[in-house]
Design a protein. Structure first.
Ligand SMILES: N[C@@H](CCC(=O)N[C@@H](CS)C(=O)NCC(=O)O)C(=O)O
Length: 240
């Protein structure tokens, strides 16, 4: 990595795409600064440099900006060997397709979590359950997606399992109950050191706050769970 240039990650505290990038940066021990912004109140300087107005973006030095979580993750991986991305062009293409798949899963999971309409909530839940089976197929009997070695594609799934783990003890929310391999894989993924350091310490608090404040289906179906003073301890997998 070129130490002449400062690397600044612009992120949002509960954005899962920001979490993926942060996870890779932690895994690779990259030296960087982080700036959090609010997506409902984006600063002018940010709107000038983020093509779609999305986080995360990575600013390198004074002028270079990379947007899109997958592009940033691959860039970080490339400049900090050993690479987590496979070398083989075919395997690379297969993994990039899985990056997209994971983005779609995460988008749908967040939409499920923050849904305020019962019908949409149920539709999203069914969609998620239908698509989880793909990860089980890819896992076969391996510890990770590409066998027994961690690769970049696995780090794409960190936000998915962090959010699922947070919701595990709520409601009919254990979406993984019929997916044994996925449960084990999820445990492996959230136990990675970089998955613990790849999110802000108040991630769970902020998520719970959002779930409550937006009066979501999740909240309405079990308000006492979300109102409990002890909630963050109970829902947070990592207590330290
Ligand atoms: N494809 C993008 C998706 C990023 C994205 O959707 N970020 C959300 C926050 S999680 C965002 O910035 N949304 C803009 C907005 O809410 O206006 C990526 O992978 O980086």
């Amino acid at each position: 990595m070129d130490k002449r240039f400062k690397h600044t990650l612009v992120a949002h505290k509960i954005c899962p795409y920001s979490m993926k990038v942060l996870t890779v940066m932690r895994h690779k021990n990259v030296n960087f600064e982080i700036k959090f912004i609010e997506t409902h109140n984006k600063p002018e300087w940010f709107l000038r440099i983020s093509p779609l107005g999305n986080v995360p973006i990575l600013i390198i030095g004074e002028e270079i900006v990379i947007s899109e979580s997958a592009a940033i993750m691959e860039y970080i991986d490339e400049i900090t060997p050993p690479k987590l991305m496979p070398q083989d062009p075919l395997q690379k293409a297969i993994d990039r397709a899985k990056f997209e798949f994971s983005n779609e899963l995460i988008r749908n999971l967040y939409s499920f979590i923050f849904s305020t309409e019962q019908e949409k909530f149920i539709r999203q839940k069914e969609w998620l359950i239908k698509h989880f089976k793909w990860i089980e197929e890819w896992l076969k009997d391996g510890r990770y997606i590409n066998g027994n070695q961690l690769s970049l594609v696995d780090l794409n799934f960190v936000p998915l399992f962090v959010a699922l783990n947070m919701l595990k003890s709520t409601l009919p929310c254990d979406l993984l109950k019929d997916f044994k391999k996925l449960q084990i894989y999820g445990e492996v993924i959230i136990s990675l050191p970089c998955s613990k350091t790849g999110r802000v310490p108040d991630y769970e608090f902020l998520m719970i706050d959002g779930i409550k404040n937006q009066n979501t289906v999740l909240y309405r179906s079990n308000p006492s769970y979300f109102n409990s003073d002890y909630k963050p301890q109970r829902c947070c997998f990592f207590r330290s």
